[in-house]
Design a protein around this ligand. Sequence first.
Ligand SMILES: C[S@@+](CC[C@H](N)C(=O)[O-])C[C@H]1O[C@@H](n2cnc3c(N)ncnc32)[C@H](O)[C@@H]1O
Length: 288
Amino acid sequence: MGSDTNDRSDTSRNLEQWQLDGSAPALYQRYLVPAVTALWAADLVDRAALQAGEGVLDVACGTGVVARIAAERVGASGRVAALDLNSGMLTVARSLPMVANASAVIAWYEGSALALPFPDAVFDVVLCQLGLQFFPDCPLALREMRRGLTSRGRIALNVFGPIEHNPATHALSVALDSHIGPDASRAKRAEHALSDTEDLRKLMAGAGFHTVIIETATKLVRFPSPSDYVRIQLTATPLATLAATYDAATWERLIEALVTDVGAVLMPYVGEEGLAFPQEVHSVLATS
Ligand SMILES: C[S@@+](CC[C@H](N)C(=O)[O-])C[C@H]1O[C@@H](n2cnc3c(N)ncnc32)[C@H](O)[C@@H]1O
């Protein structure tokens, strides 16, 4: 994407994306981590093939779903640092217990992926799950991640595939456009901003990474119903800010309209066990 990448970073520099306020980080952990990011976290950490004793950095760690799995894999002799821009996400992350006893201790950092607060060459592995597409300057963030890696280091990151390959996100974006206005779906559509694998490959090479391997996988994501899917998206993602624009009754009417539209489109994905729709993710592995 060469010029596209530059255009994106130039026009959106300093515009921080995917930020949550209030109770949204706790709702993210309660609903979206189990339904979505836990599925991909296990997949990403497997791909990174972490070894006992390694030093790992999780960039855009959110509530820490990747960092906690990484801490188990590298064990007590390893090190895990986890960084996010959002203090609310980190508060939830710090409050959660470790699952395994023999885990590395996780050090949590509030900071930007564009200016990692670490010396050069201190990590064996950098992980970044569903974060790169939100950074206002992706080339800079990738250069920062590479700077933190040792000379034989590796990176494993993932990003969502095209929005058209995720029927729920697509249906919700179309419904937001139609009921609220063309800007309403921007945060949802932005989740898919790095869905072109050739763009990804050029970004990685541009940041100096080698042996770039990109694999695309699809998993089934489950919610109890289309209504739950819509309501969770409107409370536990940056879409939560839309509510403040309306009085309670108007907002509830809008939610009902969104649920009706999204429910109609997602009917083929509803079965006895609720809603189950495909979600496509590109996983990128590379060496420093
Ligand atoms: C979709 S969440 C993914 C969180 C986590 N990796 C997971 O899988 O659950 C995206 C995260 O990117 C973080 N983020 C966005 N811009 C950032 C930046 N410039 N630097 C660091 N983190 C950022 C957000 O605060 C949010 O926690």
